[in-house]
Design a protein around this ligand. Structure first.
Ligand code: ADP
Length: 414
């Protein structure tokens, strides 16, 4: 089945076209036919597309909205100009959408119908920054491909539906949960499901016998404690703002800061929330950039003090979460790194793990240094009590596989 996977942002659309079915899934022989992204939708849109056999192609086009982008994309996929092995858009058999927030209702991926669309719309109040954009992607795909092509929503929150109440509740008046659904939902769930699946595949362990701490460290960063295959705690909460230090997000903080800074600087609550989301984290502390690669270069080449401080804060917070999750699960078999930073920044991995020797987490310096650029494997020292892995995440693959399962009515592996 040819599945178009879409991840729609406010002015961006990332896509992949994958070919998969139950036999390919079993043989791990899914094919990636094309991938790319559109940026600055609404103006002079920049697109970057590539196929299995072709180098990346860049271009610009005036595309006013997501619908226009989708038409542009479909025309390219079906044209002779691309080497994608489909000759018409009728060969796209399903669309899988990344949807940020599924609220408490969506515990599994679902086929999108009018009723599901309404529920996703109702969740907008919980995820005002993300769900409206995801909906734009869904509506654009419906309009461009017609209602006959099945569309499936895969939620970032779904994997965390197994959090126990002591992990998902805040110590706030209980009515806030009952009336306003104030609780931690957790995000990056599709990534964690993939990482946990991949770890089981590589080690031959059963779901029941896996206890892992996974860290997804990209622009957004979070950690997840996975016991017997299920998420039992995670660092992002009511929104993706809580938890680890991220590119531009603060992660954990004392909420009393909001009123204090608001009155000193004359900011409204929404303005402060904007700063916590967009001008904090690595960017806020360093005053330079949200990009870890650039910070590492600044630190190494110019000894920049605030670049070092930002990286130190980042590593320290991640280390504390590993310690917390070892306590939450009474130990772990493995710590797993993923995401742009987790997969590439061996120096950051080393800084996070330094100080966890007492808990049995020790890296092999050479293995760690070599595990970059999409490589998958172990980086712990021979004889260490806890395995440490780098597992490049692949959310699109999981979305494509879920889409096929939902369309064919095959049970979801969770
Ligand atoms: P997103 O969350 O948007 O998918 P990514 O997973 O691509 O983001 O992660 C982006 C982060 O990964 C950036 O901070 C980037 O600097 C960092 N990163 C990517 N490659 C490297 C590298 N080789 N060394 C250090 N950091 C890297």
């Amino acid at each position: 089945m040819n599945v178009l996977v879409l991840n729609a942002g406010s002015s961006t659309l990332k896509f992949q076209l994958l070919r998969t079915d139950p036999d390919r899934m079993a043989a791990n022989a899914d094919e990636r036919l094309a991938r790319g992204q559109y940026e600055r939708i609404g103006g002079e849109t920049i697109y970057t597309v590539s196929t299995k056999d072709e180098a990346t192609m860049r271009g610009t086009a005036a595309l006013r909205d997501h619908r226009a982008v989708l038409e542009h994309l479909l025309a390219w996929l079906a044209s002779d100009a691309s080497s994608v092995p489909i000759s018409s858009i009728a060969e796209i058999e399903a669309v899988g959408h990344r949807v940020t927030h599924g609220g408490e209702r969506f515990r599994l991926s679902v086929r999108i119908d009018d009723e599901v669309l309404r529920s996703i719309e109702e969740t907008i109040e919980l995820a005002p920054l993300h769900n409206p954009n995801n909906l734009k992607g869904i509506q654009a795909a419906r309009a461009a491909l017609g209602p006959g092509i099945p569309q499936v929503a895969v939620f970032d929150t779904a994997f965390h539906h197994t959090l126990p109440d002591h992990a998902y509740l805040y110590a706030l008046p209980y009515q806030w949960y009952r009336r306003h659904r104030v609780r931690r939902y957790g995000f990056h769930g599709t990534s964690y499901r993939y990482i946990a699946y991949r770890y089981r595949t590589k080690t031959g362990r059963t779901r029941e016998h896996t206890k892992i701490i996974a860290l997804h460290l990209g622009n957004g960063c979070s950690a997840c404690a996975i016991d017997a295959g299920s998420s039992v705690d995670t660092s992002m909460g009511f929104t993706p703002l809580e938890g680890l230090v991220m590119g531009t997000r603060s992660g954990d903080l004392d909420p009393a800061i909001l009123d204090h800074v608001g009155s000193k600087e004359g900011y409204s609550f929404p303005e402060i929330e904007g700063i916590l989301n967009k001008q904090s984290g690595l960017l806020g502390v360093s005053g330079l950039t949200n990009d870890m690669r650039e910070l590492l270069a600044e630190e190494a080449e110019h000894g920049d003090r605030r670049a070092r401080l930002a990286i130190d804060l980042f590593a320290y917070r991640a280390r504390k979460y590993i310690g917390a999750y070892l306590a939450a699960m009474n130990g772990a078999d493995a710590v797993i790194f993923a995401g742009g930073i987790g997969e590439n920044a061996s120096v950051v991995r080393a800084r996070i793990c330094d100080g966890l020797q007492w808990m049995g987490i020790e890296l092999d310096a050479d293995r760690n240094a070599g595990m970059v650029g999409g490589k998958e494997g172990r980086i712990d020292r021979e004889g260490a009590r806890v395995e440490v892995w780098v597992i490049p995440t692949d959310e699109e693959l999981l979305i494509a596989r879920d889409t096929v399962r939902v369309v064919l009515g095959i049970e979801h592996p969770g």
